[in-house]
Ligand binder design. Structure first.
Ligand code: R1P
Ligand code: URA
Length: 280
């Protein structure tokens, strides 16, 4: 994918050459980065690496780089929300050109989507406004097809209940996801039902910023989320099931890295992977 060039560059680095928020320098980040909001999930994911080479932690950003089945991989916690994701993607892109795979959690908007299952995003509705400071309203936030396919195949290989569809990225957990909390009535109380009616699969808080900025920069990005809530059924996951669902979405991310690495080998110097190339 073609990389854009810029007339002038503003970079924010510390004296040690590390990016201001994420604390990473060139060489710290692998060609595949798994991303999630929760630092505990990032550490849980890194616990599955064979080796850990780099660990950086600053504010909510935790980046751990190691290997998985011999493939160099990083996991990064970004904290919650599109604004945090913007900082993560912009600063990551100063030190590497990675494939970015979000391993998140979400609330399902369709009644039939089971809690604990996985939703792979085809694209995201930009309910947030972080991305509008880069692109106009009509600009679509789409997953890279290779990343989306790899995450779908990963969920299938792992025999996990999964679905594929549009995600709505909200700039908050309560009002912006139409949660009615005493004392804090949402301005648009029908938003969850309205989105469900037009086929949107799930709510979360990062994917559209990730997809938009990755597309701008020519990076591959994908998103798979474990379902923690079923909004039409008004149900939320319990503690034990949450751990299992987190392990599942981590497994999807790691398996997707293996699949993408195989797609890249099969593609060789071709600009993009096509199904006829198979995997190696
Ligand atoms: C809200 O609880 C948080 O969980 C989801 C949302 O997108 C938001 O960040 O994702 P993570 O589990 O990756 O943090
Ligand atoms: N994350 C969200 O953003 N919403 C949910 O309902 C669950 C997880």
């Amino acid at each position: 994918m073609a990389r854009r060039t810029y007339k002038s560059a503003e970079v924010v680095r510390t004296a040690a050459g590390r990016q201001y928020h994420i604390g990473c320098a060139p060489g710290d980040v692998a060609p595949f980065v798994l991303m999630c909001g929760d630092p505990a999930r990032a550490r849980r994911c890194a616990g599955k690496f064979e080796k850990v080479k780099v660990e950086r932690a600053n504010r909510e950003y935790v980046t751990i780089t190691g290997t998985w089945k011999g493939i160099p991989v990083s996991v990064m916690a970004t904290g919650m929300g599109p604004d945090n994701t913007e900082i993560a993607v912009v600063e990551l892109a100063q030190v590497a050109s990675p494939t970015l795979l979000r391993i998140g959690s979400c609330g399902a908007l369709q009644k039939a989507t089971p809690i604990g299952s996985i939703v792979v995003s085809s694209g995201a509705v930009r309910l947030e406004n972080t991305s509008t400071w880069f692109v106009p309203e009509g600009y679509p936030a789409v997953a890279h097809p290779e990343a989306a396919l790899a995450m779908l195949q990963a969920a299938s290989d792992l025999k996990l209940k999964h679905s594929f569809g549009l995600t709505a990225t909200a700039p908050g957990f309560y009002g912006a996801q139409a949660r009615a909390v005493p004392g804090f009535p949402p301005r648009v109380p029908t938003l969850d039902a309205d989105l469900a009616r037009i086929g949107v699969a799930n709510f979360e808080m990062e994917a559209s910023a990730l997809f938009t900025l990755a597309t701008l920069r020519g990076l591959r990005a994908g998103c798979a989320c474990a379902v923690f809530a079923n909004r039409p059924a008004n149900r939320f996951i319990d503690a034990g099931a949450k751990e299992n669902a987190e392990d599942d979405v981590i497994a999807v991310g790691l398996r997707a890295v293996e699949i993408l690495a195989a797609m890249d080998r099969a593609r060789g110097k071709a600009p993009r992977w096509l199904p006829r190339m198979g995997v190696r």
